[in-house]
Design a binder for this molecule. Sequence first.
Ligand code: ADP
Length: 550
Amino acid sequence: MRPEIGRGGLTVGHLLWRMGHLFSGKKYWTADDSRNMVCRTYGDLLAMSAQYAAVLTQAAPQPGACIATLAWNHDRHLGVILATSAVGDVVVPLNPRSSVEHLHHVLAKVPISVLVFDADLADLAHSLRAHAGGEMTLLRSGAAAPDCDCPGLDELATSQPTSFDWPMLDENRPMLVSYTSGTTGMPKGVVYSHRSQMLHAMMALGVDTLGVCEADVVLPAAAFFHANSQGLPYAALLAGASMVLPGRRAGDGPFLAELVESYKVTCFGAVPTVVHRVAEVLRSAGTPTPLAGTRMISGGSAVDRALVDRVADLGGQMIQVWGMTETSPIAAVSRPRGWLDPESSRHSQSAQGVPVAGVEFELRDLETQEPVEWNGRSTGELNCRGPWIINDYLWGDWQGESHDWLGTGDVASIDESGYMRIVDRLKDLVKSGGEWIATRRLEEAILQVDGVVECAVVGIPHPEWGERPVAYVVARECADVDSLGARIRSALVGSVPKFWLPDDVRVLDRLPRTPNEKIDKMALRRAMDVPPADQAAGSAAGRPEGAARP
Ligand code: ADP
């Protein structure tokens, strides 16, 4: 007989149970319709979720319905996410900054019954419904929108009871579809289960991971539609931590810096570009150690050493995380380990991290597929597995069979202590004369050159070598742009192999970015008339990124 132990607990319903029984009086702050910050309690959020659940189940009565959202980081959005998943439906947070082409791609894959949208996104919501043949119900969240006669979710909710008979769900049930940001192709839908999200949230509570606890004030600045804002809102609700939800202005450096100071934020999560913006504002304000007691959790793209140092100078602690939408998203966390000296600790914080409890890594040689040694130098494709690593791609996006290991499409080294460093994405590697050039490593080296603010290296086709690297840089305002190319090339001599030296250095006013603030190499290639990575000569991109492997 197989013992059956431990029913319950690994569903979103458990978050609601905790909010109701343990933290109902706990305060949080959220941007409201008029962008002011208002204070509410988790008891209010629970009641709001119950009322939303009543409205949404009437609007989409079929079990397992897909409810999409087009909304910013505020509590009404969180209420819809909680309500939808806790009744057993599937929430699909859409990225309002995605291209229309990407959004149409999503709509073609997911049978959306209801779309809940913020008033300032009404036009987009209407155009999506028109594209979908008018089938989906539109519900406006928050204030009325001009020229929009859609029913308001909040108006409908006021007449509903403030409690709901939440069902007991199977923890393996799908609860949310998260879309990749599409930096390397069309966005792919990743289906999260209740179990995967709850285990991920429990991981985030660990003191050697993010250490989210009841005393924290958590500011999730990464968008809810981008891998669940690093999973921070669920971790905060599980721990009973307070939250500060910035609404639409989640990328606005001065506004976020003000929130960090006013609400004494202790745990801030964002992509490195946004952390950098906040740190710049705080530094120029001149307050000594404004980040004392604050953990800056950052991932999505590389956190460079300069940012680690900047945050430390402001009194804060940088915690780099690595992950993908496919890994729910956090799979590795970079925290100093007990036996490391202070300099090695800072160095390790600029690594992508060690795998968190539950997650395992392996490296495979790009050509032979043989295992690669963990010696800090040898590189290979990073594979990972664990309880919240890719449940499934959305119907139809799945390109391989189900296997234990997820091939991440990232190329990395791992040192003897388990610190993983990404050197590139497979699709960005440049193959020159049969040898690989890791563009991220090259970018890191170029960023060390005085006067360089941002950098992206892409491979361009070359008749003799297959591909050659070209560096696109943004220069500091006062930098001597004419001599920059020569300075970069001479600075690189000795720090990278000679054949890595870029054939050309082109200075731009700014680099194109994805809606999630990552450097958009696809757009750069398009603008520069370079073929996409998977069509370029000698490209490594044979296999779809994020595909599982045996
Ligand atoms: P997309 O694949 O569309 O960019 P994701 O948001 O899922 O969407 O991006 C995951 C990728 O982001 C990873 O495969 C990796 O290349 C990159 N990434 C995530 N965290 C880090 C980090 N800390 N350092 C460097 N790269 C990172």
